[in-house]
Design a protein around this ligand. Structure first.
Ligand code: H2U
Ligand code: ZN
Length: 347
């Protein structure tokens, strides 16, 4: 008889409409993690050579102000520029290209060079959320912008160029691929059921309690049923909103709290500053109503077994299908069992 916790199977990602392969029998042992005890906090609070620290000079010659909370500036090496001429290439629908314009920003989460998200106070994280909200509003005021991607790349292994806690925002004139896939799937569900896809999904997860990592009054952090990365998680808002700007004071506080606890659990997994790419998915802007859209945030961490052993998305993954060994349920159980207090703050 087929048992999902034991036999290989494919799982469906309701947000993208894609399948992945799960091979639980390759991972009989549930926990092969190695705790590193990598020194944390060895960085200075201020680094004269850091282009994100207050008062320092950036590559374009401008000088950061003596900011005290969070700070945002336009990326000096923006991948998207607001003054790109419009135009396209189309040769017999075989060679196709379209101009793309936009705005890229860098956000410093804190003036402190030595801290990361889980080490900031909830109040400081609330200020980061406010900055995300303000940036979202001001970027969306540009008629030509269709999507605003807020994200954080953390750790050298993810190609992050600087340990100073920071994230990025890319606002683009077209809707990116992942967001388009999620729009199609959510719209289909909403039209059929009159409810958001993620509200229905959250109800099942809260009932089953097999993949929940953290829950508070307004948010749930869980390992999605279709997770591909070993410790992939999602934060989903209990109230369906389209954009981060719709969160009220109480929700902002709950969001900051769950962000701090989730990232603390991540660091506690291998006793190190845990790398990931994380970002919010939300409805497109200047694109009419999107009643189907349900705000959420993805965390994609690459590590598998220790601070240095990462999962590679190669071979079968590149050519055929994403695949994982440790199941979403085993990963969730592990994350759930960890303390939500950062190991450097534990007595
Ligand atoms: P990452 O570390 O996630 O790559 O983000 C840092 C960004 O900061 C990167 O996109 C920008 C880079 O272009 N940057 C500046 O805007 N000014 C600088 O002086 C250096 C780096
Ligand atoms: Zn710095």
């Amino acid at each position: 008889m087929f048992r999902i916790e034991e036999h290989s199977h494919t799982r469906f990602n309701i947000l993208t409409g894609e399948w992945l392969l799960v091979s639980p029998h390759r991972m009989k042992r549930p926990w092969q993690g190695k705790v590193e005890d990598q020194a944390v906090g060895l960085r200075p609070a201020y680094d004269a050579g850091c282009y994100l620290c207050p008062g320092n000079k950036r590559a374009d010659g401008s000088v950061n102000p003596q900011y005290t909370d969070s700070y945002v500036f336009t990326n000096d090496f923006s991948a998207l520029l607001s003054d790109t001429p419009t135009g396209e290439v189309n040769e017999k629908e075989l060679l196709m290209a379209k101009s793309e314009s936009g705005i890229c920003r860098v956000i410093c989460f804190s003036p402190r060079h030595d801290l990361t998200l889980p080490q900031l106070t909830v109040e400081a994280i609330e200020k980061v959320i406010e900055l995300w909200q303000n940036e979202f509003t001001s970027l969306a005021a540009n008629e030509y912008i269709r999507y605003i991607q807020i994200f954080e790349n953390k750790g050298d292994i993810m190609g992050c160029s600087n340990p100073h806690p920071h994230g990025q925002i890319w606002a683009s004139s077209s809707i990116p691929l992942e967001v388009s896939k999620e729009t199609v799937q959510q719209k289909k569900y909403y039209e059929q059921h009159g409810q958001s896809l993620l509200s229905a999904y959250l109800a099942i997860e809260l009932e089953k309690k097999e993949r929940i990592v953290l829950e508070n009054e307004d948010f749930v952090a869980l390992v999605p049923f279709w997770a591909v990365w070993p410790y992939e998680t999602m934060i989903i808002s209990k109230r369906q909103v389209q954009h981060v700007t719709q969160f009220n004071e109480k929700e902002k506080h709950s969001f900051a709290t769950i962000l701090k606890k989730l990232t603390a659990k991540y660091d506690n997994l291998f006793h190190m500053s845990f790398p990931y790419s994380a970002g919010m998915h939300q409805a497109p802007v200047n694109d009419g109503e999107h009643p189907e859209w349900h705000w959420h945030m993805h965390f994609y961490p690459p590590l598998l077994r220790s601070a240095t052993v990462k999962k590679f998305m190669v071979g079968y993954e590149m050519l055929a299908n994403p695949q994982r060994d440790i199941t979403a349920e085993v990963a969730a159980e592990k994350l759930q069992s960890l303390s939500d207090i950062h190991f450097t703050e534990q007595e």
